[in-house]
Design a protein around this ligand. Structure first.
Ligand code: NAP
Length: 248
């Protein structure tokens, strides 16, 4: 069953990792997909072709989600190219980890700008389109770290906690117009990034998770399909963890 047949979706930060997994899963479920990346032009072009092989319309955009004006230009361009926007996944994110003692102002500002302000930028530009449509689903990728904090990630945890507060507020403001806004909080998801880490350390993380495995990008993407689809029509303002029971 295709859950997103004919819907128009935009996924930020989809050149690799979780964003790419979401874009592919959306295409598999019949959505037309716009997606962004910051600098991975080559990977963006490859993904565009891969998405089109599902028989849907796909287009990649090089756009900095942390830049307010660029976000507005992006949203207007996607709207012009696809005609409407039904589902947006604010996924673009970075880490600049370090203990507070060593964390620079730049490390803090970079993470807040890319992870949190980007969600404001995109949602702000998007809301006028969704208000006119009187429908829409906004999905913001937070993290379990935004719920419980993490040593060495004060900047990242603050950005991801901020996303949760933003999500709840937008859900309250736009609910009466049939626009939903939810946050997804992934736990430890195994991506290209984690594949280069020490296997013994990774195994230690897996053992500490009740389901005894790291999450796959598909685990996060499947929840995004549900939240983007009409199956979740009565769900808004929620933060849903995809963490194998880690946060229990
Ligand atoms: P990733 O592999 O590092 O990919 C990040 C993506 O974001 C890339 O496509 C990158 O594009 C893009 N990006 C970075 N800065 C951007 C900007 N300013 N504007 C537009 N795009 C930008 O990350 P990931 O592990 O898949 O994580 C995706 C999201 O899930 C992030 O929000 C992350 O915080 C969250 N998350 C991840 C985990 C995990 O275990 N992996 C757990 C919890 C939450 P370029 O390739 O062009 O740089």
């Amino acid at each position: 069953m295709k859950l997103l047949e004919g819907k128009i979706a935009l996924v930020t930060g989809a050149s690799r990792g979780i964003g790419k997994g979401i874009a592919l899963k959306f295409a598999e479920h019949g959505a037309h997909v716009g997606f962004t990346y910051l600098s991975s032009v080559e990977k963006g072009l490859e993904l565009e072709e891969e998405l089109k092989s599902f028989g849907i319309k796909a287009k990649g955009y090089q756009s900095d989600a942390a830049d307010f004006n660029a976000a507005e230009i992006l949203i207007n361009q996607v709207h012009a190219d696809f005609g409407r926007i039904d589902v947006v996944v604010n996924n673009a994110g970075v880490t600049r980890d370090g203990l507070l003692m060593r964390m620079t102002e730049e490390n803090f500002d970079d993470v807040i700008k890319t992870n949190l302000k980007s969600v404001f930028n995109i949602t702000k530009a998007l809301q006028k389109i969704m208000l006119r449509q009187r429908s829409g689903s906004i999905i913001n990728i937070s993290s379990v770290v935004g719920i419980r904090g993490n040593s060495g990630q004060a900047n990242y945890a603050a950005s991801k906690a901020g996303i949760i507060g933003f999500t709840k507020s937008v859900a309250l403001e736009l609910g009466s117009r049939n626009i939903r806004c939810n946050a997804v909080a992934p736990g430890f998801i195994e991506t290209e990034m984690t594949a280069v880490l020490d296997e013994a350390m990774i195994q230690g993380w897996r053992n500490a998770i009740p389901l005894k495995r790291g999450g796959q990008v598909e685990d996060v993407a499947n929840l995004c399909v549900f939240l983007g689809s009409d199956m979740s029509a009565y769900i808004t303002g929620q933060t849903i963890s995809v963490c194998g029971g880690m946060l229990t």
